[in-house]
Design a protein around this ligand. Sequence first.
Ligand code: ZN
Length: 310
Amino acid sequence: MKEIIFLEPIFKEMIWGGNRLKTDFGYNIPSDNTGECWAVSAHSNGDCTIKNGAYKGEKLSSLWKNHREIFGGAKGDTFPLLIKIIDAKADLSIQVHPGDDYASQYENGSLGKTECWYILDCDTDGQIVVGHNAKDKEELKTMIAEQRWNELIRVLPIKKGDFFQIDPGTVHAIKAGTVILETQQNSDITYRLYDYDRLSDGKPRELHIDKSIDVIKCPHVDKNTDRKEIRMEQAVVEELETCQYYTVKKLTVTGRQTFDQTEPFTILSVIDGEGKIDGTKITKGDHFILPAAYGTYTVEGKIQLITSHI
Ligand code: ZN
């Protein structure tokens, strides 16, 4: 099949959300507290609709269920990935996700959650939470019991274009003023460790301290952030991450460049600029899937994309 599948994003209002999904991406958002754009999702909490072509009007979940050939016959009950753009106007709570083993045992057979972040934009003194400073589980438990949050939580400076892989067991949080593209396993299991003692409707939001302690890896070990870079004639391809769940790359095209789609399927998100793919106009904020056996494709323009495949 040689048809590009464009998707209609779904928006989620959040207490910490803002309006940058409109001002930066031109999306028609429901309010000035819109936190998330679910750009490529077949999750039951937000199932994207196909915008064009033979499957126009169908949900991504139904494509996955009824037309597995589009995805190269990839295995699994549910579409494996979820792509979001997140606008954090305020700090998100500090959280951790379980891995597959823990989630399947304690969360009714759910998958765990591995995710990664590409920083689309942030304040000049932008920060992010990745990791913690406890040397072992005992120290972790003590610091949590004594509420030594500032000592425990590891805050890093960030800048536009940074990338973070968040494995299960990694303490993490997006901080105010940050817009990110998130590629994640299609799962929603989150344990909230600390919420800055904030109140929501007069009450603190529920925390999951015991499960957090169970799954947090001690000590925290930073991931290698080296990027493998392939320079082509009119493009640069940076491999941001390869793990058992996904490979994520950044494509920067500065003219006209041909690529190969040889994966079961590839998801592409335009994060900056505009141009064309095989003659079809694409612009910042577009998200689409190249199906199995799509073969070669040509991107023209001054344009940046994040791609992912399983
Ligand atoms: Zn997370």
